[in-house]
Ligand binder design. Structure first.
Ligand SMILES: N=c1c2ncn([C@@H]3O[C@H](COP(=O)(O)OP(=O)(O)OP(=O)(O)O)[C@@H](O)[C@H]3O)c2ncn1[C@@H]1O[C@H](COP(=O)(O)O)[C@@H](O)[C@H]1O
Length: 107
């Protein structure tokens, strides 16, 4: 069981993005902008899907970590704090996904 949280990751990404460290992947990705970071996020999402479908548990864990990291970079580039996402998830806790979809689509 790890104590590491998404809040920790958000803080690390924010610090490294501003570090100017030429050895920092985060700083490099930040400097390359949203198009590149969003593309990486998409690639990691696809790699996560492939691992899940292949039932490769080790790869699923590894790709999920890549996915969450690149998602955090994209949120930071968009200036959207993680707390906004958590608030939205919390807002949804009172409603099932099926009821929510029905309220939007009538299906
Ligand atoms: N969690 C991560 C993390 N996950 C993945 N990556 C990097 O993301 C990059 C891209 O991943 P890929 O699997 O696509 O690698 P690749 O195939 O070499 O990339 P491409 O050739 O496709 O561009 C790799 O260089 C990984 O090392 C990460 N880089 C950083 N972090 C966190 O950010 C912190 C700061 O890192 P730096 O900013 O590099 O100091 C680290 O201590 C970690 O906590």
């Amino acid at each position: 069981m790890s104590d590491f949280t998404l809040d920790d990751l958000e803080r690390i990404v924010a610090e490294r993005a501003r570090s100017g460290d030429t050895n920092s992947w985060t700083a490099k990705l930040f400097a390359s902008g949203m198009d590149r970071a969003a593309k990486k996020l998409g690639e990691e999402a696809v790699e996560t899907v492939i691992a899940a479908v292949r039932k490769d548990e080790t790869e699923l864990v590894s790709e999920s970590a890549d996915l969450l990291y690149h998602w955090m970079v994209v949120l930071a580039l968009a200036d959207v704090p993680l707390s906004r996402v958590m608030e939205e998830l919390e807002r949804r806790t009172g409603q099932s996904g099926i009821a929510e979809k029905a309220s939007r689509t009538g299906r």
